[in-house]
Design a protein around this ligand. Structure first.
Ligand code: M6R
Length: 617
């Protein structure tokens, strides 16, 4: 949540910062601002609302300056106003700071500073941090300004409780930007005669692909010609590794698509191929997942599996539970990451925990990982962002290799996560009960999935028509059985978050236990009813809704025409092994929510109140 970009070099800083913020807008879009070092001191521009508002203000002024820090905000403390936008200055007005994260003890620090005569312009915790660093600077030993700024950051940060990724500049120190992190990502970009700081490489990949992912407690200084990484904690030595980013700026662009979400829905055939590449062994009829860092003997001893994640990742984990229990017969439990960390989930000596996260930065999922490790569990990640904190702190895992996902609504990462869950279940299945014939059949079926998704995508015009028909619905119900119950949950989440239509997902059989009371002519129900062992049961539930004049949209299997006579609208997915059906049935639901949101004039990629990665509790 929130995004930082900072630049020092020989080029005009403001266009670079604005472009970087545009690329980070998915992290928060309540307000934005930049601070630039100019001859007279530090100039700050801040605007509530989208980055476009800031861009207009800054472009008109066309400010000079080859050093600056910038920020796009997802409001935590204080409303999204100009005053609460970052950067914030200190009491002297000479220091400016941008911050991601939350300073939990800001009230007590603020009270102390107020008693010393400080005055504040905003309601934010960040302004308090700026004042604290400024005070440490003003009270610091007389030395040259660059060293003094570093010392001030080093003195201030141990006094705060909470999480931070920060970038700080001072008018006395025209040649340096100081940054640090604890719990919020920060990456250093290495260029020729220029350096960058950013919350995410996507913001700077247009300028450099050589980066250093900072660790918690790292303290960094960047100048035009170099960088230095040290540690906030004197008992710890910072380790520095330069990495090469494996995607280009084009991968993070919309290309020919109107929205990132649509682009990412269409990328699914490819992202699933990427998740499968090199991970299937026909000879052994199993999956090959070296990143687990576990021998077959160790894998065989696992007697219990826990998956945890949030939002879409949690829904993928729900599918994983069904897959693991059916293919491998290993007792599997799913937990919202936010609950796992506060529960005392019983575990065995051989329990294996997986944390599932696209960003690898979700605070609750990270906390679940740390809690699992504290309990001595082996904890593995199923992660997209290879440089993320979860990827680095877990004991191993499997990358989903879906490429950058920018749309706030997760789409391709759901199908990639489910693909990885299938590979894991195949691997565990082959260690236990699954025959090589069954293993090979799974491999064949998995490899056929991308092409089947391509054929579903061709139905987009029809899905758009259906979406327009239901765009004014006051609510929607999503229903499915077995593996398609999580798909119903996921379909409802997509509908809620981008179209603001209240939607809920349920096991179809639960209908009669209360939900049916909601059914009426302007409340459509979406049934995910592929031609599988529970198809007839779903048909009965659809009849029950129709008998009460509720409109029904059904998703079923090509060739199965039974629903044409009952449902109002029917969407088809190609036949597949029923255990893999979530990889297909979710796609029409993603498109349905996309086109409903479009018809309602919603901002599909940046839904209100949301941010792509949730890095605060
Ligand atoms: O980055 P993560 O996968 O950990 O994110 C988890 C959720 O915040 C995320 O899936 C969220 O629910 C999406 N907006 C859903 O579309």
């Amino acid at each position: 949540m929130c995004g930082i970009v900072a630049y020092i070099g020989k080029r005009q800083a403001s266009p670079i910062l604005l472009d970087g913020l545009r690329r980070l807008e998915y992290r928060g879009y309540d307000s934005a601002g930049i601070a630039l070092w100019t001859d007279g001191g530090i100039d700050v521009y801040r605007k509530a609302g989208r980055i476009e508002n800031l861009r207009k203000a800054v472009s008109e002024a066309n400010p000079p300056g080859d050093l600056g820090i910038s920020h796009t905000r997802w409001a935590t403390h204080g409303a999204p106003t100009d005053e609460n936008a970052h950067p914030h200055k200190d009491q002297s007005g000479n220091l400016a700071l941008v911050h991601n994260g939350v300073i939990e003890n800001y009230i007590s620090i603020k009270d102390q500073l107020l008693a010393e005569g400080h005055t504040f312009q905003s309601e934010t915790d960040t302004e308090v941090l700026a004042h604290l660093v400024g005070k440490c600077y003003d009270e610091g030993e007389e030395t040259e300004p660059q060293a003094k700024l570093v010392a001030a950051v080093q003195a201030a940060l141990p006094r705060v409780k909470g999480t931070f990724g920060i970038a700080v500049i001072h008018s006395d120190a025209p040649g340096v930007i100081v940054g640090s992190r604890l719990g919020s990502p920060l990456v250093v970009g290495l260029g020729k005669d220029e350096h960058f700081l950013a919350s995410d490489v996507g913001a700077i990949v247009a300028h450099t692909r050589d980066v250093i992912y900072l660790n918690d407690y790292d303290l960094v200084t960047i100048t035009r010609h170099g960088y230095d990484v040290s540690s906030l904690d004197t008992n710890r030595t910072a380790s520095v590794k330069v990495s090469r980013v494996d995607f280009t700026e084009d991968d993070a662009e919309k290309g020919k698509f109107e929205h990132y979400m649509l682009k990412e829905i269409y990328e699914q055939p490819q992202s699933i191929r990427n998740a499968l590449r090199g991970r299937l062994s026909r000879d052994e009829a199993t999956a090959v997942l070296g990143g687990l860092n576990m021998s077959p003997m160790e894998l065989r001893q696992i007697d219990r599996i826990i998956f945890s994640g949030c939002g879409t990742a949690y829904h993928a984990a729900m599918v994983g539970e069904y897959l693991m229990e059916s293919l491998a017969r290993i007792p599997t439990e799913i937990e919202f990451a936010s609950e796992f960390r506060y529960r005392n989930v019983p575990t065995t000596k051989s329990t294996l925990q997986f944390v599932v996260s696209q960003s690898g930065e979700t605070i609750d999922t990270l906390a679940a990982l740390r809690e699992a490790k504290r309990k001595g569990l082996r904890c593995l990640g199923i992660v997209n962002n290879v440089a993320s904190t979860i990827a680095r702190e877990s004991d191993g895992g499997v990358y989903i290799h879906a490429g950058p996902e920018i749309g706030v609504a997760a789409t391709k990462t759901f199908t990639s996560q489910v693909t990885i869950m299938t590979l894991l279940s195949l691997l565990f299945g082959r260690i236990h009960h699954l025959s090589s014939t069954d293993g090979l059949e799974m491999i064949d079926e998995l490899e056929a999935i991308p092409e089947k998704i391509e054929s579903i995508l061709k139905q987009a015009p029809r899905i758009k028509e259906i979406a327009q028909k239901y765009a004014n619905a006051e609510g929607m119900l999503f229903m499915g059985r077995q593996l398609n119950y999580p798909v119903a949950m996921e379909g409802a989440l997509k509908m809620k978050e981008i179209s603001y239509i209240y939607a809920s997902g349920h096991p179809s059989a639960e209908l009669k236990h209360g939900i049916i009371a909601l059914v009426k002519p302007d409340l459509p129900s979406v049934f995910i009813a592929p031609d599988d062992a529970v198809f007839d049961k779903n048909v009965s539930n659809i009849e029950e809704v129709k008998a009460r004049k509720g409109p029904v949209i059904a998703v079923t299997t090509e060739g199965c025409t039974d629903l044409e006579r009952i449902a109002d609208d029917v969407l088809y997915v190609p036949p597949c092994k029923s255990i893999l059906s979530p990889l297909l049935t979710v796609v029409p639901l993603q498109l349905l929510s996309y086109y409903v949101a479009l018809a309602r004039g919603c901002d599909v990629d940046k839904p209100r109140n949301l941010a792509k990665s949730v890095t605060v509790e």
